[in-house]
Design a protein around this ligand. Structure first.
Ligand code: GRF
Length: 196
């Protein structure tokens, strides 16, 4: 069974969707470690409640050491707000998945994280938004796109309402992408991910 680590910085609702999916068998993989750069991240509490190792790690070398000790094969960034060290990206080529709360390449890159994404979407007057799961490479939000799903937001008036509607999509497509990865159904050719 594939071993994965999940990185969080906040409430961990995306982590919870992964915990639920591994526990109900829809993901053929095991979360062996949850890491946060913030000791008070509620996502760590969610991990402990599910009897999963939960650790606050700020040092990059220790982070890599712990991933190797746990034989991690896939890293999932679920609302992780620290920079991913280039060394880690090199150690895990197309083995780090990230969930971003917009339709990349729109509203992504440096500074576009959390509620800031939805504030920019609202300010621009976009009529649809959505979420993207992509592999992580050395460019912020730049790796091969695995899954995207769009949603109509023309009726919404606040960034918080957009965030909540998009979050529902995130909780669906992130587990789906992880399930596909665990089942060996994602390939990357010439920088483009394909579901086989
Ligand atoms: C999500 O909106 C995710 O797209 C973004 O950060 C938020 C994390 O939410 N990267 P949660 O911690 O999973 O609830």
């Amino acid at each position: 069974m594939l071993k994965m680590a999940v990185f969080v910085s906040g409430g961990g609702t995306n982590l919870q969707s992964l915990i639920d999916a591994t526990q109900n068998g829809s993901i053929n993989g095991e979360i062996v470690l949850v890491v946060s750069n913030r000791k008070n991240a509620y996502g760590l509490e969610r991990a402990r409640n599910a009897s999963i190792k939960a650790e606050t790690i700020k040092d990059q070398d220790l982070l890599i050491q712990r991933l190797q000790e746990e034989n991690v094969e896939l890293i999932v960034l679920a609302g992780y707000l620290a920079i991913i060290p280039e060394k880690l990206v090199q150690l895990y080529p197309n083995r780090i998945l990230n969930i971003h709360p917009s339709l990349i390449p729109a509203f992504c890159g440096p500074g576009f994280y959390g509620i800031h994404v939805h504030e920019a979407v609202l300010k621009r007057g976009a009529k649809v938004s959505g979420a993207t799961v992509h592999f992580v490479n050395e460019e912020v939000d730049g790796g091969p796109i695995v899954i995207q799903e769009a949603v109509d937001i023309a009726d919404l008036e606040t960034a918080e309402d957009i965030q909540q509607r998009v979050l529902k999509i995130e909780h669906r497509i992130l587990p789906k992408a992880v399930q596909l990865f665990c089942d060996g159904k994602i390939t990357v050719e010439k920088g483009r991910a394909k579901i086989i």
